[in-house]
Design a protein around this ligand. Structure first.
Ligand code: PLP
Length: 389
């Protein structure tokens, strides 16, 4: 069992590995332009920090319910209803230390030996390792997005569904492409899962980071499939609370019952103080996000201008804070591209291969650093790509 769990699918997180190289160069007093990291470039609003400090001073640190503080679960269920059109109750919500852990609880609750999982590739680096940790004898089928526009390949998904397909994982806005699924794509997933009795994990952690005109659609709002959808979200990205570790899931009753048992035994409850901060976050207005979205929009425009000659092909990002650049014309692996770039130009990016073997001709950049550094960074990328031609 242990050998199976630690098979070759469970690798060191490549994004964290590149972040470590950047930190090391920083320690040597080399100034890195970071286009690698997945953290917002602002601090959490004051009210959130105050709520956490107040809860510590009020000694609210005793064990609390494994599912999460009732007040927080109630606010989450109201948010899901109002903003996502998902009908739920506080008794279907589990508050977890980060969205990553919510994903793991859901996967452990759903998967059994031999189950097949459809993973849309490129995908967040932790999906496949978490699937393998949750169920070593599961089978992952990576279905690549279409290369010219990052839309779902509906035909390939259809062809890969078998009697053993138990789950599809979707993520919108998407890491690493910045794409947001269109209604026809969500309709398609809902329909095919309904007809084949397949669970859906919908990772919506970038929901509030939206700098396009597109509307975010939660698949959990589709009534016919709602009993099969586990919605994952959290506070890391929209409230810049990455290191605070707080996220949540909304699940149908049977899955919820399993998730809660796992949570009880592995971490009792999510840190109370951070839960009080999350309560403040949900009570606060979300105006802090507008400025950040406007900044990302400005950077997205820079990408459009810098890469218009198409040596590097840029497919427009719409939400989240990543863009996925096509370096296929340069005949270099994504690892070499990213390693050379950081060593020679001190610009940190993430190799596409981190998000799926089919994507070794792409790199991911994040749009969270300040506008001036971003401009310098992407121009270095362009300069470097000219040298490679
Ligand atoms: N899901 C996606 C798509 C992510 O990109 C990330 C973090 O980068 C997570 C989940 C994990 O979020 P958290 O920090 O809340 O665990």
């Amino acid at each position: 069992m242990i050998q199976l769990i630690f098979d070759e699918k469970i690798k060191e997180s490549p994004t964290l590995k590149f972040a470590q190289i950047a930190r090391e160069l920083n320690r040597q007093n080399k100034e890195i332009i970071s286009l690698g990291l997945g953290e917002p470039g602002f601090d959490p609003p004051k009210d959130i920090k105050k709520a956490m400090i107040d809860s510590i001073n009020s000694n609210l640190g005793k064990y609390s319910p494994s599912s999460g503080l009732y007040e927080l679960r109630k606010l989450i269920s109201e948010k899901l209803k109002k903003e996502n059109n998902i009908i739920t109750s506080p008794n279907n919500i589990v508050v977890t230390p980060g969205a990553k852990q919510a994903l793991l609880l859901a996967l452990m609750s759903i998967l059994e030996p031999g189950d097949e999982v459809i993973n849309i590739s490129p995908s967040y680096v932790s999906y496949i390792p978490e699937i393998k940790i949750a169920e070593p004898k599961s089978v992952v089928k990576n279905i690549a997005l279409q290369r010219n526009n990052f839309k779902l390949d509906k035909q390939a998904i259809k062809e890969n569904i078998t009697a053993k397909t138990k789950l599809i994982i979707i993520n919108t806005p998407h890491n690493p492409t910045g794409k947001m699924f269109d209604k026809d794509e969500i309709d398609f997933i809902a329909d095919i899962c309904y007809r084949n009795n397949i669970f859906i994990i919908s990772d919506e952690i970038y929901e509030l980071l939206n700098f396009s005109e597109k509307k975010h659609i939660s698949i959990g709002s589709y009534k016919k499939i709602s009993e099969k959808v586990i919605t994952i979200n959290g506070f890391s990205k929209a409230y810049a609370m990455t290191g605070w570790r707080i996220g949540y899931l909304n699940a149908p009753q049977k899955i919820y019952n399993k998730c809660i048992k796992i949570q009880q035994h592995i971490n009792t409850n999510t840190c109370n103080f951070v839960q009080y901060a999350a309560i403040a976050a949900l009570k606060n207005d979300k105006s802090h996000i507008n400025k950040f979205n406007l900044e990302i929009k400005e950077k997205e425009q820079i990408l459009l201008n810098v890469f218009k000659d198409e040596i590097i092909k840029y497919t427009r990002a719409e939400g989240g804070f990543f863009a996925f650049l096509d370096i296929s014309k340069l005949n270099i692996s994504s690892n070499d591209f990213s390693s050379n770039l950081i060593k020679k130009h001190l610009v940190a990016t993430t190799p596409g291969i981190a998000f799926g073997n089919e994507w070794d001709d792409h790199i991911r950049i994040s749009m969270v650093t300040d506008v001036e550094s971003f401009k310098i960074g992407v121009n270095f990328i362009k300069e470097y790509s000219y040298k490679l031609r």
